[in-house]
Design a protein. Structure first.
Length: 421
C-alpha cells in the first residue's frame, strides 16, 4: 500500500507540474485554457474561474490541460444533437448537451448546424417544431455543458492556439518540460536540506569507519588521498572507483595529512555486491554543511543526472538500443516500490530523477511529444508560414501510433522483467 500511495503521489506531482507549465504559458500568451484537470477519467468535482474549468477526476494518475484549438480539443457539435440553450437577451450564453444537467429556463433545440469558432451561431428546431428553422447568435464567452456534465467555455478562433504567434506557441510547448527541470532542481535542494551534510566530491576524507582498513592504516578525517598506486585521484569518484577496482590487492596511497605528504600501504577489503567483488577501505567523503552547498547540490545533482540521461540516449541513437533501457508506468511503479522502503530523502531524489527524465524525453522531436510540436514550430518559422493543418494532423497521428506501439512494447517488457519470473 505504501508503494501504491508513493507511486500515485510521485507520478501525479510530475504530470501536474508538467501540465501547469503548459497552462501558465498558455494563459500568459492569450490562449484559452478550457480545462485544467487533476486526474483522469470520470469527473468528481469542477470549479470555473477566469474562463477555465478546474476539474478533479477519479483516477489519480496525472492530469491534462485542454487548450482551445489544440488537436486534442474537440468542441464540435454534430448535427442532430439535442441541446438546451440558455438565452440572455438576444444571445445564447450556455449550451447544455448533457442529460445530467437541467435548466428550467433553457430552450430545447435539435441542432442542425453549429459554428462556435467563427460565426458563433446555432441553427436548429425549437421545441421539436420542424416547420421552422431557428437561428441563434452565440455569445463570445458562452459555455457548453458537455455529455459528462463538465461546463467549459466555447473556443472562438481569436482565443485558439493557432491564433497566437509561433513564438508564443513554442514557449507554451516548451513550458511543460521546463517546469519538470525546475521541479528536479527544487526536489534535489529539498533533499539536500534533509541530508546530514553534502558530500564535497573532493579527495578529502570525512568520517573513517571504526575497525576498517582505513582506520588500521592510520588514515584520519581531513586527510587527502592524492593518488592510489600510479593513478592520481583528484576527486571522490576517481578515488572510490580505483579502490573498488582493487579488492584484496595491496596498493600504495599517496596521502596529504596536516600539510605533509606520506605514503601508506593498504589492502582494500573484499566485499561482494550482486556477485561482483569490490574493494573497500571504510572511508566517507568530507561533507559541507553550508547553506550554499545545499542549494548548489540541487543544480550539480540535476546536471549529473542530465548528463547520464543524454549518455544513455546517445548510445541508443548510435545503434545500442535496448528496450530494457526504457521503463513505462509498470517499471516506474516497480522502482518506486523499492525506493519507498528507503526513506523520504530517497523518494524525493527519485522524483528529481524522474522529473528530469520526463522533461528530457518530452523534448525528443517525435510528433505528439512537446519536442515534436517545437520542431513543427521551428519548421513554421523557417517556412514563414504554418504547416497545412491536414499535414500536421497526419504527422501527429503517425507520432501517436509510434508512441502507442512503443508504450505497449515497454509495458509488456516491464511486466516480464519485474513480475514474470
Amino acid at each position: 500500500m505504501t508503494a501504491i500511495i508513493t507511486f500515485i503521489i510521485v507520478f501525479g506531482i510530475l504530470v501536474v507540474v508538467h501540465e501547469f507549465g503548459h497552462y501558465y504559458a498558455a494563459k500568459k500568451s492569450g490562449i484559452l485554457v478550457r480545462e485544467f484537470s487533476v486526474g483522469m477519467g470520470p469527473k468528481l468535482y469542477a470549479y470555473r474561474k477566469n474562463n477555465t474549468t478546474y476539474t478533479l477526476r477519479l483516477l489519480p494518475l496525472g492530469g491534462y490541460v485542454r487548450m482551445a484549438g489544440a488537436q486534442e480539443d474537440d468542441s464540435e457539435i454534430k448535427p442532430g444533437t439535442m441541446a438546451s440553450l440558455v438565452i440572455n437577451g438576444d444571445k445564447v450564453t450556455k449550451i447544455i448537451t448533457s442529460s445530467k444537467v437541467y435548466d428550467a429556463q433553457a430552450v430545447p433545440v435539435q441542432i442542425s448546424k453549429a459554428d462556435l469558432v467563427d460565426d458563433l451561431t446555432i441553427e436548429g428546431y425549437e421545441n421539436g417544431d420542424e416547420s421552422e428553422m431557428k437561428h441563434y447568435d452565440v455569445d463570445h464567452d458562452a459555455t457548453i455543458v458537455e455529455e459528462d456534465g463538465t461546463e467549459v467555455q466555447i473556443a472562438p478562433r481569436d482565443v485558439q492556439l493557432q491564433s497566437v504567434s509561433v513564438w508564443k506557441r513554442m514557449i507554451t510547448n516548451f513550458a511543460g518540460p521546463f517546469n519538470n527541470f525546475i521541479l528536479a532542481i527544487v526536489c534535489a535542494i529539498i533533499a539536500a536540506f534533509m541530508m546530514n551534510g553534502i558530500p564535497m566530491g573532493t579527495n578529502q576524507l570525512g568520517h573513517i569507519e571504526s575497525n576498517s582498513v582505513a582506520k588500521t592504516a592510520g588514515l584520519k578525517s581531513n586527510d587527502k588521498i592524492l593518488a592510489v598506486g600510479n593513478k592520481t585521484t583528484s576527486n571522490w569518484t576517481t578515488l572510490t572507483e580505483t579502490i573498488r577496482d582493487n579488492p584484496g590487492k595491496k596498493v600504495d596511497l599517496k596521502v596529504e595529512s596536516n600539510g605533509k605528504t606520506k605514503h601508506v600501504s593498504v589492502t582494500p577489503k573484499t566485499v561482494k555486491v550482486s556477485g561482483q567483488k569490490y574493494g573497500q577501505l571504510g572511508i566517507m567523503a568530507k561533507k559541507d554543511y553550508s547553506l550554499g552547498a545545499k542549494i548548489k547540490y540541487g543544480f550539480t545533482s540535476s546536471w549529473q543526472t542530465t548528463v547520464s540521461i543524454f549518455q544513455v540516449l546517445g548510445k541508443m541513437a548510435s545503434g545500442g538500443f535496448n528496450i530494457n533501457q526504457l521503463s513505462g508506468p509498470v517499471g516506474i511503479y516497480s522502482m518506486t516500490s523499492q525506493v519507498a522502503s528507503q526513506g523520504i530523502i530517497n523518494i524525493i531524489l527519485f522524483m528529481s530523477m524522474l522529473s528530469l527524465n520526463l522533461g528530457i524525453v518530452n523534448l525528443i522531436p517525435i510528433p505528439a511529444l512537446d519536442g515534436g510540436k517545437i520542431l513543427l514550430n521551428i519548421i513554421e518559422i523557417i517556412r514563414r508560414k504554418p504547416i497545412p493543418e491536414e499535414y500536421e494532423n497526419i504527422i501527429t497521428l503517425v507520432g501517436v501510433g509510434i508512441l502507442v506501439l512503443l508504450m505497449v512494447a515497454v509495458t509488456w517488457n516491464d511486466i516480464q522483467r519485474f513480475f514474470i519470473k
